[in-house]
Design a protein around this ligand. Structure first.
Ligand code: UDP
Length: 251
């Protein structure tokens, strides 16, 4: 493999402040969410976000496997994030690598803090996320899909959890990085928000930012999450009409 010289780096921000796909700094990629596309799962959702395509399926509350993970006072939340071999340009080796394990863990932890787990002791709530096509931001797309799938399954939660990655690209702080921006930018900061309380339930960062840039990035991400939240709610309204599951109200 040849090394990447400066001349190979694409122009990420043009002179008039536009990004590689023409977006402004605070613009999201197009986002479409379908609630309940899978018949076999207790809850499901399909997310198309830019070039990302992600399916989530939820099962439970159900018996815990393996049994020794069972907790007497609450449900456990288990997540498996998986990237299909055909989801990226260079075929991904099938199976759970360290990256998938890390993403599965942080997503499970995010949901553990919003689901009313005490209501279902000795059970498991299982979240499966399958990335069919990837173009950066798949952990956020997975979280969004899984969150709608959990609501579709009727699992009581504090709120839906929108998520988005913000980052630093050619000295600009931008919302919702796409692949080239993730590859050639200088920071990537995925985050997930509980809109009702403003609490962040996932926050990771790769790269470098000043403290001031970090504050701006967080503000931009919170604003993006609030827009994504509306699309998530709309997906549930489309499926359920006036009876759409209302997070925050225990079923
Ligand atoms: N990617 C890839 N092969 C891999 C892992 C990631 O091509 O084995 C690509 C994919 O497009 C992914 C992007 O790199 O969306 C950024 O990956 P990252 O680990 O930052 O996670 P993400 O942004 O998807 O949450």
């Amino acid at each position: 493999m040849g090394s990447i010289g400066a001349k190979d780096v694409p122009v990420l921000i043009t002179a008039d402040g536009r990004r590689i796909d023409g977006r402004k700094a605070d613009e999201l990629r197009p986002l479409a969410i379908t609630a309940g596309p899978l018949k076999q799962a207790d809850g499901s959702a399909f997310v198309e976000w830019g070039a990302n395509k992600v399916m989530a399926a939820v099962y439970g509350p159900r018996e815990v496997h393996p049994r020794h993970l069972q907790q007497n006072n609450k449900a456990i939340v288990q997540c498996r994030y998986n990237m299909a071999a055909f989801s990226v340009d260079e075929r991904k080796r099938p199976g759970l690598d360290r990256r998938s394990q890390e993403i599965s863990k942080v997503i499970a932890e995010a949901f553990e803090s919003v689901i009313f787990v005490e209501e279902y002791p000795r059970t498991s709530i299982d979240v499966y996320i399958e990335v069919l096509q990837a173009n950066a931001g798949t952990r956020c797309a997975g979280l969004v899909a899984a969150s709608v799938a959990l609501a579709d399954a009727g699992i009581p939660m504090v709120d839906l959890v929108p998520a988005v990655a913000v980052g630093k690209v050619a000295d600009s702080i931008v919302l919702d990085l796409k692949k080239e921006e993730d590859n050639y930018g200088s920071a990537d900061l995925p985050m997930a928000l509980v809109p009702q309380s403003g609490r962040l339930v996932l926050l990771q960062m790769e790269g470098h930012m000043t403290r001031e840039e970090l504050h701006r990035a967080l503000d931009l991400g919170v604003g993006g999450c609030r827009k994504i939240y509306e699309v998530m709610r709309e997906a549930l309204r489309t499926r359920y009409g006036a009876d759409a599951p209302s997070p925050g109200v225990a079923a």
